[in-house]
Design a protein. Structure first.
Length: 332
């Protein structure tokens, strides 16, 4: 009897591949910025890139314009080792561009939407899902059709195929044109999702209320995910599962150069550790370590610690970093 072949990809990322223009200077708003550097961006693309930096395998299902920016994204993903087999070019719309003010807190940005929403269902997606361990997407990716319909169908198939399904609820009113349908779309997606990682900013925008971190986590658990990792910046991470008491992942003492992409780095560490068999609390601690490696660097971090190094560090720091959450958290 022939043995089953191992999955081709650790991560199959459905969603946005965009150009990030990040200001050279640390500024309060874009009003003060006058020069920028170009990077490949988009939550799902950044997670895929970070997975490869942690020696994992990843592919991106996305759409970019058939233009200079789109070709640059294709080239850079290829160079980084991310599979571009499912990255499509379209002449109908230009590549999506996001202009960011570099900050040490929540970035100010302007987004010029384009080709990112033109993800169409293809027969090849089914085979890719079957050959992947994790299928990942974002609220950004779900914000417009036809990508929304394509990705919701993909999440359902991924769940049926036994993939781990993850969703970043990176909602912002600038990316979601029809705010009234936000809760229904997210709840439809979450019926297929195992893991989610909101930030406090995401929660405030989604629920339009100042709640305690614990209350935000409970809202997401009620929508269906089995693991919720609420990232809270300098306050660390609140990690909860459907069947265990929540824990607080304390942050390390690190200097902050650029917070853009920190959440995407966290995702990579979290998912890689979960795939390697670590329990959710310890996996979230690995995610925190990877995020802290990112915030020391302006723009994409060129190299992340290898998994062996991260796991050795985990054994040292987890005793003091992972503590019961209790009821101590209150709104900012």
């Amino acid at each position: 009897m022939s043995q089953k072949q191992p999955p081709t990809f650790d991560l199959l990322a459905f969603g946005e591949a965009v150009i990030d223009l990040i200001s050279d200077q640390t500024v309060s708003t874009l009003t003060e910025a006058d020069s920028y550097k170009r990077f490949v961006g988009g939550e799902v693309s950044n997670v895929a890139l970070n997975i490869t930096k942690l020696n994992g395998s990843a592919a991106v299902v996305a759409c970019v314009g058939d233009d200079g920016f789109g070709h640059y994204i294709h080239q850079q993903l290829d160079l980084a080792g991310v599979s571009t087999e499912y990255l499509r070019l379209t002449a109908e719309m230009p590549t999506t561009v996001v202009i960011n003010a570099r900050q040490t807190l929540t970035p100010d940005f302007v987004i010029c939407r384009g080709a990112d929403a033109y993800i169409l269902a293809e027969d090849e997606h089914l085979e890719a899902i079957k050959n992947s361990r994790v299928v990942h997407t974002s609220a950004f990716a779900l914000s417009r059709d036809p990508a929304r319909t394509t990705i919701l169908d993909a999440l359902k198939i991924a769940r049926q195929q036994g993939c781990l399904v993850s969703l970043d609820p990176n909602y912002h009113p600038r990316i979601w044109p029809d705010v009234a349908d936000l809760p229904s779309v997210l709840q439809e997606a979450y019926q297929f999702v195992h893991i989610t990682k909101p930030s406090l900013d995401d929660c405030k925008r989604i629920f339009k209320a100042e709640l305690s971190p614990m209350a935000y986590v409970e809202q997401f658990l009620n929508w269906g995910p089995e693991i919720v990792a609420l990232t809270m910046g300098a306050r660390g991470v609140l990690l909860a599962t459907a069947d265990a008491n929540p824990v607080h992942i304390k942050p390390g003492n690190v200097s902050v150069a650029d917070v853009t992409g920190a959440g995407d780095a966290f995702w990579a560490g979290l998912l890689v550790a979960l795939l390697d068999g670590y329990p959710p609390g310890e996996a979230a601690c690995v995610g925190q370590m990877v995020a802290e490696a990112k915030i020391n660097t302006v723009g994409p971090v060129p190299q992340l610690p290898d998994q062996a190094t991260l796991y050795r560090q985990l054994e040292i720091v987890k005793q003091n970093s992972i503590v019961p959450a209790g009821q101590a958290f209150t709104p900012d």
